[in-house]
Design a protein around this ligand. Structure first.
Ligand code: MTE
Length: 299
């Protein structure tokens, strides 16, 4: 089911979790992909048993709130998420500082169960609610000549304990090629399990690119810039040989310090066996975006 984003949605408009899960059992593996006419994905052949909300919101990476996996859940309560505005600038027809609700007004909120694979070789399955990034970009009007989209996370030094420690060069920044950004799988998530995003998950709005390693999925976004140059990205600035701009999930290209062939599913229990990592995290339909590119070179 998809519904329209509106300024006046109330809690009553939100699907009860039980209904949400029942619907998912029927649609498992096809939601999102089937709905937009993308078939033949390896991910569809797998059972996408979503992680619990508890698992999804208690094991996180959000370095602005510390580097430990439970630090974000402990510290992100201090993040101020309302009011929230997003600066849209660069090569767009309608640049400006948009209130979040204004930017999303009238756009369709989609339900998508996506596999989520971190570069650290753990994974989850997350039932997101969000808007296709393409819808937002079409609304602001991408100018011809734009080739990339750059994103920036909020910096609230007094509310973000990790920013003071300067582990990364904040603000956290990320980027996509324009065709990746326009792909129907690319989502700007505003919720999980029909609940607004928890702060540690990147409230009030974060990127989700399911065929790429998780660090591309930048959280708590306050700026979107259209540009004709490949934008800098946070982890690439830390170590270019370890974290490329593309960072497509690829079991054949190991991280210099560990294998990417398998992954540990969070919530599987101590003795669960590792599962094979799939090319493009199972979203084989994106392969056409990289035709002619050597994916061991453009990693
Ligand atoms: N966004 C910001 N602003 N800061 C971060 O540290 N971590 C990234 C990504 N987005 C990160 C971020 C990494 S490494 C991963 S794996 C995912 O967020 C984790 O998302 P999750 O905590 O919702 O699972």
């Amino acid at each position: 089911m998809a519904y329209r984003w509106s300024n006046d949605l109330t809690r009553a408009d939100i699907t009860p979790k039980s209904a949400f899960l029942n619907r998912r059992q029927i649609l498992v593996g096809t939601v999102g992909l089937g709905a937009i006419g993308l078939v033949g994905s390896a991910a569809q052949a797998q059972t996408l048993e979503p992680n619990t909300l508890e698992e999804i919101t208690s094991y996180n990476n959000f370095y602005e709130f510390g580097t430990g996996k439970t630090d974000p859940a402990q510290n992100a309560g201090a993040l101020v998420t309302s009011p929230w505005s997003i600066k849209v600038d660069g090569m767009v027809d309608n640049p400006g500082d948009y209130g979040l609700a204004d930017l999303l007004d009238g756009l369709t909120v989609e339900d998508r169960i996506y596999r989520f694979r971190c570069v650290e070789a753990w994974s989850m399955v997350v039932p997101w609610n969000g808007i296709e990034l393409a819808d937002i970009l079409n609304k602001v009007g991408v100018q011809s000549g734009a080739k990339y989209v750059a994103f920036e996370t909020v910096v609230q030094p007094e509310n973000m304990v990790g920013v003071q420690r300067r582990v990364l060069d904040f603000p956290y920044v990320e980027g996509l090629r324009l065709d990746e950004a326009m792909h129907p799988l690319t989502l700007m998530a505003t919720g999980i399990y029909d609940e607004p995003l928890a702060n540690q998950s990147g409230a009030p709005i974060r990127l989700v690119v399911p065929w790429k390693y998780g660090f591309k999925s930048i959280k708590s976004i306050v700026r979107i810039t259209l540009t004709d140059e490949e934008p800098p990205t946070s982890w690439n600035k830390v170590s270019a040989r370890e974290y490329g701009f593309y960072s497509n999930v690829n079991p054949q290209v190991d991280h210099p310090r560990w294998s990417q062939a398998t992954e540990r599913k969070i919530g599987g229990g101590l003795f669960a066996s590792r599962q094979d990592t799939l090319m493009f995290n199972g979203y084989a339909e994106v392969a056409g975006l990289y035709e002619g590119m050597d994916l061991s070179e453009f990693f």
